[in-house]
Write a protein that binds this ligand. Structure first.
Ligand code: NAD
Ligand code: GLY
Length: 356
């Protein structure tokens, strides 16, 4: 097993990465301080891993409220979130309850947001079961839901007590979801660590084959990079914004295509190609580096071509992005592979790049 910390002073928390951690009660015990907890999951993950976690929590003698939500990005919204509050209130859960998010990023984001709001804040544990959630969304305390007008527009920063990454759960992940997780691994390397990007390039076949050692190393390195960025800028007042590389257009793809049509990781993959092209047009990223990144995104099995849509539609949607300021769209761009920066980009430049 590997352990990392997200260093946030008194709110520092561990990330445990290993195989079959879902069955190991001692990883959960220190973070469930009262006799009651509530597991939030979805129908798919419950069928696969619900029984395992039930057995583990039973061994700790906890009283557990089990909350099973419908599966899908389209359910990351108010009425599904409200189901969590209703179940907690019906169970008379007190403010000492610990919520446990068992699932991918959708469950993690919604459970974290529910934990931030329920009785003005209760603790929660992230138990991510997709590659994307294990390398990115479970770490860093961004929680929330989507709005028809924009992705992740309603939410809160609320850090978990611990992140328990059981890589054995990845065996059942569909191929498309696996590739979507690789997108976020490529993203963090592209903005923060050129040596890691080279490592991914040389291990992409092993990663596509879900080879265990390569997977463990990729998760560990991605989480370590994210933990460092979050530790230095928890609330995204500055450098944390680089983690949104590929997301400005990516979120616009998700919103315009209908949540759930394009997977988040697929949209980010395509968004990274666009942001890298924009970087090249502005004279920062070298053409050879652009082609390396596109080649890697393709090798991970991700789409690199945008869905055909009027450029203005994308631009309008990108203006709702959280990084936008006074109507001006800000993009995370690359100086080099492994080195990112943020800059406002005019509508005219965006339109020209989109048309190209
Ligand atoms: P997801 O949660 O929808 O999970 C993808 C699919 O895999 C779902 O159908 C799910 O039921 C299924 N699944 C989960 N675990 C499984 C397993 N072990 N075996 C088989 N199937 C399994 O999607 P995701 O890609 O995990 O997360 C995407 C979400 O995360 C988006 O909403 C995105 O906005 C959010 N996100 C948040 C952050 C953050 O910092 N909070 C970062 C990145 C992404
Ligand atoms: N996924 C972007 C962030 O956590 O900041």
């Amino acid at each position: 097993m590997m352990t990392l910390n997200v260093e946030l002073g008194a709110r520092t928390y561990p990330i445990y990465i290993g195989s079959h951690l879902l069955t190991q009660a001692d990883h959960f015990a220190p973070y469930i301080r009262s006799s009651a907890c509530a597991v939030v999951t979805n129908t798919t993950v419950d069928a696969l891993y619900g029984e395992t976690l039930r057995t583990t929590l039973a061994a700790l003698g906890k009283s557990v409220t089990w909350i099973v939500l419908p599966d899908g990005e389209q359910y990351k919204e108010w009425s599904t979130l409200n189901q969590i509050f209703e179940k907690l209130l019906h169970a008379q859960a007190s403010r000492k309850v610990t919520l446990i998010a068992l699932g991918g990023g959708v469950i993690g984001d919604m459970t974290g947001f529910a934990a931030a709001c329920y009785m003005r804040g209760v603790p929660f544990i992230q138990v991510p079961t997709t590659l994307l959630a294990q390398v990115d969304s479970s770490v860093g305390g961004k929680t929330g839901i989507n709005h028809a007008l924009g992705k992740n527009m309603i939410g809160a920063f609320h850090q978990p007590q611990a992140v328990i990454v059981d890589i054995a759960t990845l065996q059942t992940l569909p191929a498309r979801e696996w590739a979507a997780g690789l997108a976020e691994i490529i993203k963090i390397a592209a903005v923060a660590d050129s040596a890691f990007l080279e490592w991914i390039e040389s291990h992409i076949t092993a990663l596509n084959a879900r080879e265990v050692n390569a997977t463990m190393e990729a998760i560990h390195r991605a989480c370590a990079l994210k933990a460092a960025v979050v530790g230095a800028d928890e609330l995204e007042l500055g450098n944390r914004a680089i983690l949104n590389f590929g997301h400005t257009l990516g979120h616009a793809i998700e919103a315009t295509q209908g949540y759930g049509q394009w997977l988040h990781g697929e949209a980010v993959g395509c968004g990274m190609v666009f942001a890298a092209a924009l970087s090249m047009r502005r004279g920062s990223l070298q053409e050879a580096e652009y082609h390396r990144l596109v080649q890697l995104i393709r090798a991970a099995g991700l789409p690199t071509a945008l869905p055909q849509l009027d450029a203005q539609r994308y631009i309008d949607c990108m203006r709702v992005d959280k990084k936008a300021d006074a109507g001006q769209i800000h993009f995370v761009l690359l100086h080099h592979l492994g080195q990112a920066y943020m800059e406002p980009v005019s509508d005219a430049d965006l339109e020209a790049a989109l048309l190209e």
